[in-house]
Ligand binder design. Structure first.
Ligand code: ZN
Ligand code: ZN
Length: 251
């Protein structure tokens, strides 16, 4: 099992990070993908990955940090991406829900990060909230077609569009929520070999932990929800999502 999208560098884990990681390994996780998104978070993700071979880092500029973008920061990320602990560029994309920065600036940064992906050949981790059409349009302008559309929140038709481009679709906590019907039906159109699971911790803990601090060990609950939806065993889902993440991130 692999938690393909986790923010384990966040301060909420400073008190008990070792114990939190141990719970994940004890529950059968063999990797955690630690996602950056700004200068400090990128460096912290890389540090965790250097200290543990089962943690790998994803580095980039989150759309909610688009204002931080500079040539210097881009150069720094480019250097960091040369390290073997760095496996992808992310999370990058568009966020019109929180809309911290103007759309134009988000587009510019997203384009720059996609060009970096083309240059390095690395996969991408995409964050897209209330920005389905523009995300798809910008992705279509670039040649990078491997990556994770993370915490998928759109409907089944939208999922099909991202799949058609070649991307993996990834689901987090809401798939276990009572009001997660849209995510559940979207998950049905994702072929088993393009499915990923993630916690996006510390946010959005799955049932029965909803409302508490999320952590990578809870990715098991998300995988169990997929198993139930597809009429498969936990082992079958485990094998598929582990394989998919290993191939995508070259673990
Ligand atoms: Zn995100
Ligand atoms: Zn995230």
């Amino acid at each position: 099992m692999i938690d393909s999208h986790a923010h384990i560098q966040f301060e909420v884990y400073d008190e008990d990070r070792e114990a939190m990681l141990k719970r994940a390994w004890d529950r059968g996780l063999d990797h955690i993908i630690c996602i950056g998104g700004e200068k400090k978070r990128n460096a912290q993700a890389l540090e965790l990955a250097k200290n543990c071979g089962k943690i790998r880092a994803v580095l980039g500029i989150h759309p909610l940090n688009a204002g931080d973008y500079s040539k210097e920061l881009e150069e720094e990320i480019k250097e960091q991406l040369k390290m073997k602990e760095a496996v992808a560029i992310g999370e990058i994309g568009l966020d019109y829900h929180n809309n911290v920065y103007p759309k134009e600036l988000q587009w510019e940064v997203f384009h720059a990060e996609l060009s970096l992906a083309e240059e390095t050949g690395l996969p991408i981790v995409v964050h897209s909230r209330d920005a389905y059409e523009d995300t798809l349009a910008i992705l279509k302008e670039h040649t990078v077609k491997k990556g994770q559309i993370h915490c998928f929140s759109y409907d089944a038709e939208c999922a099909e569009e991202f799949l058609a481009l070649g991307f993996h679709v990834s689901f987090c906590g809401p798939i276990t929520f009572k009001n997660g019907q849209q995510q559940r039906s979207a998950s049905q159109v994702v072929p088993l070999d393009r499915l990923l699971v993630e916690t996006d911790c510390p946010y959005m803990a799955p049932e029965p932990h909803r409302g508490t601090r999320n952590e990578p060990s809870y990715v098991v609950e998300i995988a169990l929800a997929h198993a139930k939806l597809r009429g498969l065993s936990y082992d079958e889902i485990d094998r598929a999502v582990t394989d998919n993440a290993k191939k995508l991130f070259m673990l």
